[in-house]
Design a protein around this ligand. Structure first.
Ligand code: OGA
Ligand code: MN
Length: 281
């Protein structure tokens, strides 16, 4: 039996039906899932009941699983690859990062080798009298590129951005060691997808701090214009979470942003895994 793919009808993303991640998965089935991620940028698998080990094993099908620098404080015993995104406290201490990704971004663009894909598995979803909160928005960077006028595409094609770990406000102090691990790097602001060859915009506020060969004002203006273009409503899908959702996004094709429209006692808990990628070109 093969999978059923239901596109979201929004700017990107598709739901994959008839997959149980708790069952063994042969290469053929995984290839269909991977092809769906390549095509749609975001995939959603509902009603999954899996252990941390099963999530890590599924993540590893996409590539080497990274251990996040936050996982030593916000991890799960026995599964260092799982990093908790959560606003829950236990004995007065947060168990995870509470406001991860509240501005538009793509994961680890500040690294020489950014993340290929990120997976979130919803364990607890905040709600108000049945209305779920804490949605995640996604934007299609490839569709945003396609929609640019040819003259602007030509101007952007050879440009290189500077990406800096320190460009983004973070929820808590970052250790000197982590900062030293991520010196500023350069990436093309028009990326070619390593698997599909499709071009997409790779630029966003905060993480992208400048453009090589442009003065600060000129660069910031271009970054702002492109960042706003990428999140035009026609390129966006807003995911409303249900407990048991497993969502995987491609960090080349998609940017994302967390909606912070809830607070304790409304609880949110996600298990996050990250798959290593390749040097952007
Ligand atoms: C992330 C992230 C968004 C969310 O985990 O990288 O940006 O909605 N999360 O939790
Ligand atoms: Mn993120």
């Amino acid at each position: 039996m093969s999978i059923e793919v239901v596109p979201t009808n929004a700017g990107l993303g598709a739901q994959i039906k008839r997959v149980d991640l708790a069952k063994p998965m042969d290469d053929e089935l995984f290839a269909e899932i991977e092809a769906t991620l390549d095509e749609h940028g975001v995939i959603v698998l509902r009603d999954q009941e899996i252990t941390p080990e099963q999530q890590v094993a599924f993540s590893a099908r996409f590539g080497e699983v990274a251990v996040n620098h936050n996982a030593k404080d916000f991890g799960i015993d026995g599964s260092p690859e799982i990093y908790l995104i959560s606003n829950i406290t236990k004995e007065g201490r947060l168990i995870g990062t509470p406001r991860a990704g509240s501005e538009w971004h793509t994961d680890m663009s500040y690294a020489k080798v950014p993340a290929r894909a990120t997976m979130l598995h919803a364990i607890e979803v905040p709600e108000l009298d049945g209305l779920s909160l804490g949605d995640t928005e996604f934007a299609n960077t490839a569709a945003a590129w396609d929609a640019l006028p040819p003259a602007l595409q030509e101007k952007l094609a050879g440009l290189t951005g500077t990406f800096d770990f320190r460009g983004r406000k973070r929820g808590r102090p970052i250790s000197e060691e982590t900062i030293a691990q991520y010196p500023p790097v350069e990436h093309p602001i028009v990326r070619t997808h390593p698997r599909t060859g499709r071009k997409g915009l790779y630029v966003m506020r905060n993480d992208c701090t400048g453009i090589v060969g442009m003065n600060v004002e000129e660069a910031q203006l271009l970054i702002d214009v492109l960042a706003e273009h990428i999140i035009r409503p026609e390129f966006v899908y807003r995911h409303r979470w249900c407990v048991g959702d497993v969502v995987v996004w491609d960090n080349c094709t998609a940017q994302h942003k967390a909606m912070i429209d809830y607070d304790l006692p409304q609880r949110r808990l996600m298990w996050r895994t990250t798959v290593k990628g390749s040097v952007p070109f």
